[in-house]
Design a protein around this ligand. Sequence first.
Ligand SMILES: Cc1cc2nc3c(=O)[nH]c(=O)nc-3n(C[C@H](O)[C@H](O)[C@H](O)COP(=O)(O)OP(=O)(O)OC[C@H]3O[C@@H](n4cnc5c(N)ncnc54)[C@H](O)[C@@H]3O)c2cc1C
Length: 417
Amino acid sequence: MTIVIAGAGIGGLTAALSLHAAGFTDVTVYERVSELRPLGLGINLLPHAVRELTELGLAERVAALGVAPSTLAYFTRHGQRIWSEPRGLGAGYRWPQVSVNRGRLQAMLLDAVRERLGADAVRTSHALTTVEHGAHADVASFTTPDGSVRVEANVIVGADGIHSALRRQYHPDEGQPRWNGLILWRGTARVPAYLDGRTMIMAGDGVQKFVAYPLSPPDVDGTAWVNFIAERRYDGAQQAADWNRAVDHAPIIDLFADWRFDWLDVPAVIAAAEELLEYPMVDRDPIDRWTHGHSTLLGDAAHPMYPNGSNGASQAILDARTLAWHLATAPDIARALAAYEDDRRPATTALVLSNRRQGPEQVMVMAHERAPDGFVDIDDVFAPGELADIAASYKRAAGFHPDALNGRASLSPPGRR
Ligand SMILES: Cc1cc2nc3c(=O)[nH]c(=O)nc-3n(C[C@H](O)[C@H](O)[C@H](O)COP(=O)(O)OP(=O)(O)OC[C@H]3O[C@@H](n4cnc5c(N)ncnc54)[C@H](O)[C@@H]3O)c2cc1C
């Protein structure tokens, strides 16, 4: 079976590794850019994604890339703790959560694809334009620096990100991604380690927010690489959703000038960033069909979502493993693609919509609405069990409640575990 994947992001590369592990040998990834440079800042691999990478034999390489957070904690804009919970192994999962640099993760996956599938398995400077459908195979057309190329394949996977060409073929009027009025400024900085050195924090309300998590353990001098996202609601026209747009630090430091907590100096963290990248918080409306002929969508091409809940890369990894499982176990390609979509589309649709309602981060908005000037005791603000229920229901919706994940059967096809 010939399988073509468009896009060498986290989703496309994991799909190639998963298909190879499931026994498919003729798998090629076509990538638009001429050189895959390690772009992007921090992302979180949640336990359900780390499980899949572990089953692909990549656990040690993933662990070496980052830090396993011990705790996730929510604070008010005054630095008062609302809720905290253990993460990863400490929360009862059989797999850790790992905070990594996106570019380093992509580079590690690229190396693994080339080692396992061959040096020629990833072809750069190939931008997917369209797919035509035949009875037994589809044909993908790519533009290249030398003109265009047509490739026939039994399965074509559009893993080509939030501006997917394959998705646009079926939704030509969809236009730009939908903006919710929030602007994100993302950066990494070497700063004094905070709290236990392994805690992911979120502080703020519905208007302004600061998220930080370490990407390295504390060094001997007590500093660590910390990834952060500063966020603010704005009126005005949306900018293009470009992951690499750099902006000045000064206005953003001003916005957070009084966010100096006794456990973290937010303006100092922003000031220490080497580079500040601006991005509008965008997603797309869920669509009612991913599969046409022998082509389907995966990752951000299928379900771009807000980063609340840290789920974008993890869901792309789950898509990749689920697709490979069904292609290896279903009686034919049509039924495999239908089963993949049945498994993944409703689940990711629910997540896109849940993230629009702020996912588990709604506790910061609720605390602000109920106690805008702060509180003496958080139990005066939330009913008994309310905070725990919010955290548990998001985990269930995202497929990573510890009981569900620990008990779920492997997505490695029988005989290939
Ligand atoms: C440069 C970059 C930086 C990012 N930085 C962050 C970050 O800091 N934090 C964060 O949370 N998320 C970031 N993301 C998004 C995050 O990686 C994804 O949400 C998540 O990993 C899902 O990945 P994906 O593989 O589905 O899509 P993506 O990671 O977007 O990968 C899609 C790939 O497809 C390629 N492509 C696009 N169009 C075509 C085409 N027509 N033909 C062939 N190939 C094509 C792209 O070049 C890219 O390599 C970034 C994405 C990119 C592309």
